[in-house]
Structures are given as C-alpha cells and as structure tokens.
Design a protein around this ligand. Sequence first.
Ligand code: DGL
Length: 268
Amino acid sequence: MDNRPVGIFDSGLGGLTAVREFKRLMPNESIIYFGDTGRMPYGVRPAAQIHVIAGQNLEFVGGRGAKAMIAACGTISSTADDVLTAYPSPVCGVLKPGVKELCSVPCGAVGVIATATSIHSGAYEKSISALCPEKRVISAACPKFVPLIEAGRYTADDDELRDAIEEYLTPMKEAGIGALLLGCTHYGLIGDAIDKFFGGRVKLVGASEAAAAAMRDYLTKNDMCAGGDEPPDRYFTSGAVEEFEKLGRLFLGTDITGRVEYVPPFAL
Ligand code: DGL
C-alpha cells in the first residue's frame, strides 16, 4: 500500500483527460497535476527544448512526493522518452500504451494525430510498425487544435474547430481508416467532435485513457495502490489560475476551484 499521490503533467489542460480517466479507474488515488499553460503549446517546440521541459516537469511533480508519474503529453512521450526512462521513479508516457491499444483494433489502416513535434519525431510510426507491421499508417500533425481547445473552443458546433477537423482528417476518412489514435492528450477533449466527423465509424483510441489504465496496472501489480487517508488532489498551473479552474471544472466534471496554485514558468 502507498498513499502518496500520482503525479500527472502536460503543457496545459490536455493531461486532464488522463486525470479524468485515472480517477475513474482508481477513485481512491490522489493526484498532483501540473499544467504548464504558461509555456503551452509544447507541440511546436524543437526536440531539445522538450528534453529540458520533460526534466523540469518530472522534477517539479516528483519533488512534491509523487510515487509514480504519468507524462500525459504525447509531445514529451514521443520526443523525450530517454528522459522519462532515466528518471529514478516510475514514469508512464502516453505513446506506448496508446500504440498498443491502437494496434489491437482489427483493421487494415490506422490514423495517428498528434502535435507537429510528435509527428515529426517519427516515434509513432516507428512504434506502430514494430508492433503491427501489417497496418497501413496515416499520420497528421494538427497544430490548430491545441490553441482552440485551450481557448475553450472544443465543441462540435464551433466553426473553426469543424474546419480544422475537416482539413486534417479528410485524407484519413478517404483512406478508410478503422481506428484513430488521439496521440496528443488535448485531443481527447474534442473526441466528440472528431467522432461526429467520422459518423461514429472509426474507433477512437485515447492515449490518455490507455496510459491511465497502464498506471492502474502498474500500481496494482507492484502493491502501490492507496489504501485510504490519501492527501487531497492538488493542481498547479504556470498560466492563469481562474481560466484553468473554469475549463478544468468543465473537462473534469469536478469543481477544482480553490485547489489550483500558480507557479511561474520555468526558464528554458
Ligand atoms: N497535450 C500535449 C501533447 O500531448 C501538448 C500539446 C501542446 O502543448 O502542443 O502533445
């Protein structure tokens, strides 16, 4: 038994998709969340910066007593896996669990959407072809999604979001993909809008949800689950606290007002 919290971090609100699923799977666990909104978006930054950011985020959350961490960020998971692996506490990224679940869907062609830095790293295609070489992979960077989501524009009736979805996903629709990996954790927040675009005919695989399940399995296997009296959840943001509380409440379905603390963005 281990009552310490699980640390979860991302560039902003996207990692809340991992929090939501992890809390659903393991309601007794407490979490420490860091949303680095002050430095968002990560997905257009060069790999060298992502390496530095990954180390800073691990130190920040790990230094606050996390027993294990979810790097709830596709950009970090695809670009700085070596930094995650080298950290002394257990860290689960979102790439491997997401790819594993994607490959389990019985279909000939799959899609991957993620940030520009993630897609350009080539890590998704490499990892898919290692696991299921027979699948055809179509990938697309979707740089318009994250700024729209962080601005609270995540619903299927938002014109700009709808246009962006059409622009990025039409080639995949035409190619007849059977499953789509939402490789950026923010994209789970527009899952309904994407599902509507595909008319419900494509299986959406959320990287965050897959990572939350992997963390549950890890804690269970290693006898590290909380057993009561765990500390309250804590949220940190390097951006505007009120905005984070407002959208956080919407995305989590839980009121986090008064639980979000500001930390100044770390220097790069
Ligand atoms: N949600 C993150 C990801 O999964 C980062 C998005 C961004 O800040 O560009 O890649």
